[in-house]
Design a protein around this ligand. Structure first.
Ligand code: FES
Length: 104
């Protein structure tokens, strides 16, 4: 399984994905320079990504904590999510995300 992640220079990378890992962990393990300063505790918003519109509705809705954190993130759009709050599963094989400013 895999995800596709576009870096801040616009280069798309294919990353191996593991069930039950967060998308942030998959991006970090794949070697992209994601900050993720709090380590996935939903306390920093430096794992901010933009989810491809085709995938947005396939993800569970963000919880209140995530929404609150995103309020303080840079350049938030309707496709913004915190990648540490998205748990990968096989239904997300091929998920496309883009690193947001402030996450690298
Ligand atoms: S890593 Fe800090 S909020 Fe996701």
């Amino acid at each position: 399984m895999r995800i596709l992640c576009t870096d801040t220079e616009g280069k798309e990378r294919e990353l191996l994905a593991t069930n039950e890992w967060t998308v942030m962990e998959i991006i970090r393990e794949g070697g992209l320079p994601i900050l993720a300063q709090c380590g996935g505790s939903c306390a920093c918003a430096t794992c901010h990504v933009y989810v491809d519109p085709a995938w947005k509705d396939k993800l569970p809705e963000p919880n209140e904590e995530e929404v609150g954190m995103l309020d303080g993130a840079f350049e938030v759009t309707e496709n913004s999510r915190l990648s540490c709050q998205i748990i990968f599963n096989e239904e997300l094989d091929g998920l496309k995300v883009t690193l947001a400013p402030g996450s690298v």
